[in-house]
Design a protein around this ligand. Structure first.
Ligand SMILES: [Zn+2]
Length: 365
C-alpha cells in the first residue's frame, strides 16, 4: 500500500487508515499554514471514512486488490449507480497515466489517438454522492440500487475510458479496468433479467463556469443543437417504451432535467437550457458502452455535478435522490413496457444485439 501526501499542507500529519476486506485506504493530511486545515475539512474526511466503513460492512464483490468493487442491489432493483472517478488509492505499482503517449515509451501506445481525452483529475465527493444516493433511494423506493465503484485515483486508472486510454498498458490497471466493467456487466445482466428494463446513473463531477448539472445521453452538443435521434442516445430503450415523446423525455417537462430544475439544480438539457453551453460533457465510455444505444434494455445517463452540489452531498444527495426516485417511478416502475420489436423499429444490428443479450441473460440463470 502506498500513501500520498497532499502538497497543499506541510506539517502535523493526521492519518486515518482503514484496512477492511483486503482493501487499504490511506488518507494522509498534513496541516500547513496555521489553521489551513479547518475543522470543516477534518469533519469532511471523517464523514467520508464513516461512509466507506459503513459501505464496506455490506456484502460485496471485490476485484483484483480491491481496486474495483460491486455492491449488489435488491433483486428487483432496476437502478445501477456507478462512481468511476471518486477513488483515491494511488499504488506505487501503477505509474501515473500520461496525457500523451509518454514520448511513445509505451509499446503499441494508441491512446493518443483515442476519441477520448486523457484527464487525470479526480471527481471529488462523487463516491460520497453515489453512496448517499444509494442509501436514500433504498429508503425511498424500498429497493437497494446496485453500486459499482473504482477505488483507484484517476491518475492511476480511468475506467470511464477505453482500455488503452484508461489503463495505458499497465497490467495492474488493466485488471482493475476489466473487473470494473465485468461488475457493470453483471449488474446490468441482473437488472435486465429481473426487471426487463432499468437505468445506470453514472456519477461525475465537473467545474464548468456555468455551474449547471450536465446530463449526458451520449448525444453530442452538435446533435442537441439540431434534432437528435433516439437511436443514437443512451436512453434509446426508454424512448421506445415510454408514453412520452423523445423530446419530452430528453428536455421537455417530463425530463430528468426539468425535474432537477424544479428542485433548484439547474440542468442541461432541460426546458430552461435545451442546448448545452460551450463546455458540456455528453456522456463518456460508460454511458456509450453500457447504455441502450448499444441495444441493451438498460439505459444509461451521465450526471455531471458541479462542485457546490457535490461538496454538500449530505444535503443535495437527499434531494437529488428524490428527483431520481420520481423519474424512475414514472419512467420505469409505473411504465411496465417491454421493448416491442415492431413498434420500436429496431434495426437489424439491434435485433442481433438483443438476441445475444437474451442469450446472456439465460446464461446468468
Ligand atoms: Zn468524471
Amino acid at each position: 500500500m502506498s500513501c500520498s501526501i497532499s502538497r497543499y499542507f506541510s506539517k502535523q500529519a493526521w492519518r486515518s487508515l482503514i484496512t477492511q476486506g483486503g482493501i487499504n485506504y490511506c488518507i494522509v493530511l498534513t496541516c500547513g499554514d496555521k489553521n489551513r486545515v479547518t475543522t470543516m475539512k477534518k469533519d469532511s474526511v471523517r464523514e467520508t471514512l464513516q461512509l466507506l466503513r459503513k459501505l464496506q460492512s455490506e456484502p460485496h464483490e471485490s476485484g483484483y486488490s480491491g481496486y474495483a468493487e460491486y455492491y449488489p442491489g435488491s433483486e428487483d432493483s432496476c437502478i445501477i449507480l456507478t462512481a468511476p472517478h471518486g477513488g483515491n488509492i494511488k499504488p506505487d505499482v501503477i505509474p501515473d497515466r500520461c496525457k500523451t503517449c509518454c514520448n511513445n515509451s509505451v509499446p503499441g501506445c494508441k491512446f493518443g489517438q483515442s476519441k477520448y481525452s486523457v484527464s487525470l483529475v479526480r471527481d471529488t465527493f462523487t463516491l460520497e454522492m453515489a453512496i448517499t444516493l444509494r442509501s436514500e433511494l433504498s429508503a425511498m423506493l424500498g429497493e437497494r440500487p446496485h453500486l459499482v465503484i473504482c477505488n483507484l485515483n484517476r491518475r492511476k486508472l480511468d475506467v470511464n475510458r477505453d482500455l488503452d486510454n484508461g489503463a495505458q498498458h499497465n497490467p495492474h490497471a488493466e485488471r482493475a479496468w476489466r473487473d470494473y466493467h465485468a461488475f457493470i456487466k453483471l449488474a446490468r445482466g441482473r437488472v435486465a433479467r429481473n426487471c426487463g428494463r432499468g437505468v445506470i446513473f453514472d456519477i461525475h463531477g465537473q467545474s464548468h463556469p456555468e455551474k449547471l448539472v450536465e446530463l449526458g445521453y451520449a448525444l453530442s452538443s452538435d446533435q442537441l443543437h439540431s434534432i437528435p435521434h433516439p437511436e443514437h442516445s443512451s436512453i434509446r430503450c426508454l424512448c421506445h417504451c415510454s408514453k412520452y415523446r423523445f423530446e419530452n423525455i430528453l428536455r421537455g417537462p417530463q425530463s430528468l432535467g426539468a425535474r432537477l430544475n424544479m428542485e433548484g439544480f439547474i440542468s442541461v438539457p432541460s426546458p430552461l437550457h435545451p442546448t448545452p453551453p460551450a463546455k458540456y460533457y455528453s456522456g463518456g465510455y460508460t454511458v456509450q458502452e453500457w447504455g441502450s444505444s448499444r441495444c441493451s434494455t438498460v439505459d444509461a445517463i451521465q450526471l455531471e455535478l458541479p462542485y457546490h452540489v457535490r461538496e454538500a452531498y449530505k444535503r443535495t444527495g437527499v434531494v437529488i435522490a428524490s428527483v431520481l426516485a420520481d423519474f424512475i417511478t414514472d419512467m420505469y416502475i409505473l411504465n411496465t413496457c417491454y421493448l416491442n420489436m415492431r413498434q420500436s423499429q429496431v434495426s437489424r444490428r439491434c435485433f442481433s444485439q438483443l438476441f445475444w443479450d437474451f442469450v446472456e441473460r439465460l446464461l446468468y440463470i
